[in-house]
Design a protein. Structure first.
Length: 378
């Protein structure tokens, strides 16, 4: 194999972005909905825009689709500048939250919609529609009408319709949020399976962290029109880049402490040394916030040498099924509270009950340290 071929394959395998967003801004009159968005989407990946309602997710997706124009900035799809290309000249399929199927057309006619407009031959259309309906698990529903299908089934049809023309990019705007909890979880797995099977580069908008964590290859966390962090679900969860990300993705305890200089911190009576806890630097004595996830404690096989060990009073136990939350308070933390996860088995084994005391050790290397939020804002 010659070098050019190798290079070409390397590019095909993902060094060349499927979509690049360079410095995109969007203003609605005086309101700034997106600021300085830079993003590179890899071929074949499933990327989720995650953030609270109103943070700009849909606006960014609509700009990618050409349904909204950016105030500033550039978009490249497979290296080609599409910044000013009208929506119908762009290469994507899209699925919205509301099913948006044509109620007076059959399922097969709905799926065929983009193909008919594209003047594909009739027999070919029929074959493609059958293939797509099979792909989304509805092989025998072609003659039905949308009202005869459940919400989840209608979203499968919308998905089939979006994939019909074999687009280079699949855009999904909260495709699961109109469904009930069970259907949502079922379709989550279904969309992910389909996305991998087809290998299509996909961007999905969601405000649901669990959806993003379970479906995405990478997550783009957005807040107030800016990107806070881009990373794999594990990156985002384990190494949140900001207090906002730590708070928005997963549950977290926030403890007040002080910097002791370098990578040393004090929380209550406890002195922590953790080299991976922070990307920031603090002056000794500076107030800090320490973010600790509910699972980041050790409660078994502790001995006197176990570092960051403390004794705590259990003030409340919330039974949630297999995983429960115990609220504890500790003199060693100067009376600060923690919410900790315990499995139901641990609850029994460790005698975790309201009014009892428990020994735990903090997993120091899991803590993230940030400047307190008020000071960030100041
Ligand atoms: N056409 C519009 N005119 C004025 N403001 C808009 C328009 N579209 C969206 N916005 C505002 O931009 C912000 C981001 O909206 P959107 O992208 O829909 O958020 P998300 O999808 O993250 O919930 C919101 O504050 C919204 O009110
Ligand atoms: Mg939205």
């Amino acid at each position: 194999m010659d070098m050019t071929a190798t290079k070409h394959i390397a590019e095909e395998l993902g060094t060349k972005p499927a979509l690049e967003i360079n410095g995109v801004y969007k203003n609605f009159e005086t309101f700034s909905a997106l600021r300085d968005i830079h993003l590179s989407v890899r071929p074949g990946e499933m990327l989720c825009f995650l953030g609270p309602s109103g943070c700009g997710k849909t606006t960014l997706l609509r700009i990618i689709a050409g349904l909204e124009t950016q105030s500033e900035g550039q978009l490249l799809q497979n290296g080609k500048d599409i910044s000013w290309l009208p929506a119908d000249k762009r290469d994507y399929g899209i699925v919205f939250q509301s099913y948006a199927l044509f109620p007076n057309l059959t399922i097969a006619e709905n799926v065929a919609y983009g193909l008919v407009n594209g003047k594909v031959r009739k027999a070919q259309i029929k074959e493609r529609v059958a293939e797509l309906l099979k792909l989304v698990g509805l092989p025998t529903s072609g003659e039905k009408y949308p009202s005869q299908l459940s919400g989840g089934q209608q979203q499968r049809v919308a998905l089939a319709r979006a994939l019909a023309t074999n687009p280079g990019l699949l855009l999904l705007d909260e495709p699961l949020s109109a469904l009930d909890a069970l259907e949502r979880i079922r379709l989550r797995g279904e969309i992910r399976r389909l996305q991998k099977q087809v290998g299509i580069t996909t961007i999905m908008v969601t405000h649901d962290q669990e959806e993003a964590l379970s479906m995405a290859d990478r997550i783009v966390v957005m807040n107030h029109g800016v990107i806070e962090q881009v990373g794999t679900p594990l990156d985002i969860y384990e190494r949140p880049a900001s207090p906002f990300v730590a708070d928005f993705v997963g549950k977290v305890n926030v403890l007040k402490g002080q910097s002791l200089g370098g990578n040393r911190f004090r929380v209550g009576e406890i002195e922590l040394q953790c080299d991976t806890c922070t990307d920031d630097s603090f002056v000794p004595g500076q107030n800090v916030s320490l973010y600790l996830r509910p699972e980041d404690r050790v409660a078994e096989r502790l001995d006197h040498d176990t570092p960051y060990r403390l004794n705590a009073l259990i003030t409340k136990v919330e039974f949630l099924g297999g995983l429960c939350i115990a609220e504890v308070t500790s003199e060693a933390l100067h009376g600060q509270n923690l919410g900790l996860h315990f499995t139901l088995n641990q609850l029994h084994d460790l005698n975790i009950r309201e009014g009892n005391r428990i020994d735990i050790a903090l997993r120091a290397h899991r803590i993230r340290v940030f400047a307190p939020r008020a000071e960030v804002a100041a």
